[in-house]
Structure formats: C-alpha cells, structure tokens
Design a protein around this ligand. Sequence first.
Ligand SMILES: Nc1ncnc2c1ncn2[C@@H]1O[C@H](COP(=O)(O)OP(=O)(O)O)[C@@H](O)[C@H]1O
Ligand SMILES: [Mg+2]
Length: 337
Amino acid sequence: MQMTSKQELKLFIEEMLVMHTAFDETKKSLESFYHAASTLRDSIGVFVVGESRTGKSRLQEELSAKFKSSRNSDGTTILPILRVQVPSKPTVKGLTSEMLAEYGDPAANKGTEQDKTRRLLHFINACQTRMIIIDEIQHFVDKTSKYRIIHHLTDWLKTLLNKSNIVVVIAGLPYAEALLYQNEQLRGRFVKTMRLPRFDWNDEDSRAEFIGLLEGFKSLLSEKFKLPDIEEDEFAYRFYLATGGLTGYVFNIIRQAAWIVIDEDRTVIRYEDIENAYLNVVNQIDQYQVSPFSDKFQLYETVQLKKAADIGKRTDEYQSETIQQAYKPRSLHEALS
Ligand SMILES: Nc1ncnc2c1ncn2[C@@H]1O[C@H](COP(=O)(O)OP(=O)(O)O)[C@@H](O)[C@H]1O
Ligand SMILES: [Mg+2]
C-alpha cells in the first residue's frame, strides 16, 4: 500500500503539465496542422525551435499521446503520428531504419537507402500517418566541422517531403535554423517556425509567464503536498536565477524536492528541500558559487541576472547529451525505479 502510493505520487509528479502561453500556442498550432494534413496535396514542414529544456520533446509527447496508434478492424496498424529522434551521428540508413522500426517493420535494418525510403513511404500510406516529428534535428548540422550541414540528410528530407503528403515537424536547437537559411528548396516547403523560449526576467510579459509557470506547478503540487509560495516575488526571482528561465530546470528542481519529501514520507516540501534539489539537479557548470536559494546570495546584483541568461548554454555545446544523461532518467520506469 505504502509502496504504491509512493509510486503514484511520483507518477503524479512526472505527469504534471503547465500550459504556459508558448507551449499552448505551439501545441494548438501543431494540432491544427495535424487536422489539415488529410487535405494536403503536398507535404509541408513546420519547425519547432528552442534551447535545451524548453519543452520541445514534452510537447511532442503530448501531441502523440493525443493522436495514438490503433488497429483497424482488419488488423492493420494506424499510426497517425510517427516520432523519431535523430541520433548524434546520423545517416540516412540509420534514420530510416529507426522510422521503419517504429512501424514494426521486421526488416527495418535491411536494404539500401532507396529501398528503405520506398518502404517508409509505403508505411506512411498504409498506416495513415499524417504527421512525422523529427526531434534533435540539429544533428543534421555537424558542429565538429564548423557547423557544416550534412547535405545528404537534407536531400533525403526533401525527398520525403516531395514524395508524401503529410506534415513534417522538425524540432531542435536554435543553430539548426541554418538548415532552412541555407537551403532554399527546403525553406520553400516550410510554412511556419514556432519558438519555445526560455523565460526572461527582464521582459515584463515573459516574467509574468515565468511566474505563471511557478503558479502552475504550485497549484498542481498543492493537490498532494504543502509547499512554500514559490510564485511570490523574491522566491520566483530566486527560481529564475537558479534556472535561467528554463522550464526543464524548474521542473527538475521541483521533481527532486518532491522525491526527497516522498521518500521521507513527508507531505510538506520545505525551503531546504528546494535548495537541496537545486544543488543536486542543476548542472555544476550552471551553478553559482553560492546557491541562489541561500541567504548569502547577493540577490540584487545585476551581474547575477546576466549570468542567469547564460544558464544551460554551455551544456548545449558538444557535451550536452552526455551531461544531460548524467542526471536525466531515460524513461519513467527508470525514474521510478
Ligand atoms: N509545460 C511544461 N509543464 C511541465 N513540465 C514541462 C513543461 N515543459 C517541459 N517540461 C519538463 O521539462 C523537462 C525538459 O523538457 P523537454 O521537453 O525535455 O525539453 P527539450 O526537449 O526542449 O530539451 C522535461 O522533464 C519536461 O517534462
Ligand atoms: Mg528534447
């Protein structure tokens, strides 16, 4: 009994979702593209851009959970949305294999590039796929080689767009926008770019959104826990300095604090739990010498605000994947184990 309720609480934490404006607008926009897909004569592309931890992948999860796979009466699979992640050293063969595997193709790894692309186009039709979401699209740009675009991959993407009539959503880090700047034909296919921003304390609207995010978490958490007023002026400001306005860091801190409390059979999340969580889950290189949740932190020095705006940027460089994996559970199962 005790165990399941802990599990349930952790599951509850994992599923918390705050519909801030950018998230809501991007989601609605993608939904409307999805609904328009069946009427398309040609494929169109949509780009979702944002730094790490701004919610791009979460948004895709929400979308594919809404339009789930199912089975026809004759047993054929329907997969309305196909999602894949570009691996860090991508090839056309590798990427198409992954997509075929999502369709359950037993020969996903077999064949030439052309064979695989042909089979992929077959599955798109047969499984009534309306939208393909390709995450981590920045891996189409080779950072180790002066941001060189891997043209073989963009050419393949163009083929996919030319030979189907679906919505192709690509999502990734801001430097991936070079893909469209530098490729006129591809750009011609892309009808919209949407941004999931980090929140900015210096901008009034953005600050209000950030406080709204904290309010959102607070009100969700209040169903199960007691906690301090994280959305109030000074607390919110400390949260901003700690996270640089990145939703993922806010969530990580809150989740970690809740885990501490759940594991100790408490229901009150205390100030110290939040500070401890910060020290545990925010990447070392994104931390200050003194925690922004500490009394000793020089809260109102402008240099701190400057530093906050850079949080997460260095982890977006080469090492980002390995660093993130160091503390991010790969699955819910792993998170709860
Ligand atoms: N609107 C939101 N409400 C609640 N949690 C969110 C929201 N957006 C993102 N998160 C959480 O923040 C973390 C980072 O988000 P993620 O989608 O992985 O970012 P990205 O793909 O842009 O790097 C994830 O744990 C995710 O569930
Ligand atoms: Mg992601």
